[in-house]
Each structure stands twice: as structure tokens, then as C-alpha cells.
Design a protein around this ligand. Sequence first.
Ligand SMILES: [Zn+2]
Length: 274
Amino acid sequence: MVERSHCLPDESPSAVSRAALRVLAIHAHPDDVEFQCAGTLAMLARQGHTIMIATMTPGDCGSRELGPEEIAEVRRGEARRAAEVIGAEYACLEFSDLSITIDNDAKRRVTEAIRRARPDLVFTAPPVDYMDDHEATSHLVRDACFNASCPNYATRQWNPAPATEKIPFLFYVDPIEGTDPWGCRVTPHFYVDISDVFETKRRMLACHDSQRAWLRAQHGVDQYLDSQQRWSQQRGKEAGVAYAEAFRQHRGHPYPADHPLAGLLGKRFRATAS
Ligand SMILES: [Zn+2]
């Protein structure tokens, strides 16, 4: 449960709240962002910030009926339509499902994506989660946020973007069901009250039609949209609101460790005591 003393008023000042920010949400597969942080993105979009959604893969293993190229094409379209709900851009880095590997080629490609997006805030996968694609994504994005600012680091990509001027704020979304692989609860650093925008988050996930049937077969989750609602309600219960999303922030050197979202989201930002 959130300590009341940690709840911040609407008028909390923040230097970053005075200008439009560039916000990048990058996760492994199409629909991961919609499950874990689309509500927060919707709120930031409503404030006029630039939102970019990226996935490492096009979800090419996400079907029992369609081949990898066919389902990938379907899912790029679903992800693009979900992003359009909040006026966000969508990009796919074109890795393959179950094959995201931490090597120099991957480091260069993800660093190039960060340099092109030039984000102030980044939301990405948690360092521990139920599958390797998610953990590798987290590691690569964390690494790329740092590497992107090093001018002598060459990405060897076509028409490379210049180095970034700063390391962005970095936030980790929830692992699935909020636990690590040993079943231990992951304690968030803060919650975002998304009650006002939950229907938008639901509409974004509803764009991923192909995955309702796939998840039912693979994971035994019968109701795709209802699982999103149950998890948002669970995090909301912990935060004392109807619906919430939970995050941890990368606070270690040399990433910025103050709370830009406190000023941006006011009373909807609820820090925990952790
Ligand atoms: Zn995923």
C-alpha cells in the first residue's frame, strides 16, 4: 500500500514539465507495451508529449496457423494501429522472436534506435521476467541508452544518427504478474494512477486481434483483455486507486535518478517507500 505522505500534489514543480518531451517505450514484442505501460503513455500523449512505441520483434512466433512472415505482417499492422490510438509513432527493430541475443550486432542496432528516437524518457522491459526475450531487451536498451551518448561508438548502420546529448531517464515496466522467475514479488518504485485513461489502454490492446487466440492456446489465458484489466486493478488496489501501472527506475550511475514523472503527472504519480 502507498504511504500517503509520498503522494504528490498536482502542482509539484519540475523543470521537465515545462517542455514537450520525447518518450520512447521499447519492449520485446507487439502487445507488451499495451499490457504494461500504455496507460502512462496515454496520459503523457494527452499532455502533448511526443510518444514513440517500438518493439524488438514483429511477433513472428505469435501464431499456430500463420507462418513467421505472415503473422509478422499482421502484427506490425496491429502494433501500428494501437500506437495510432494515442497518436504515437511505431517502429519495429526486426529482431526475431525467441532469438534476441546480447551481442555486438544487437548492441549497435538498439543504440541506433535510441539515437534516432533521441528520447528524454525511456520505458522498457524489466531486467528479470518470465522469458529471455524480455530480459535481453531490458539489458540491450539499458546498455544502448548509455552507448548512444558516446560519439566514438559506431553503430555501423545505414545513415547513422549522431550521438545523443544526454542519457535519458530509464524506467522498467512490470514483469508478467509482477514476480521474478522464482515467484518473488517485484516491489515497484512508483505507481501511476491510470484510471482516467484505462479505456484507452484497453482500446490499444484490443488492436492486437491475432493474440487473443494465440494466448489462449499457448498460455491458457482465455480472456486477453480481461487479463490486462485484472492486472491493472491489482496494481490499482496496491496504489489505492481503480487502475494503476507500476514501474521501477534505473537509479544507478550515470542515469538520471530524480523523478520527472512526479512533476508531469502530479497526484497520479504515487511513489512507494522503496
Ligand atoms: Zn513479450
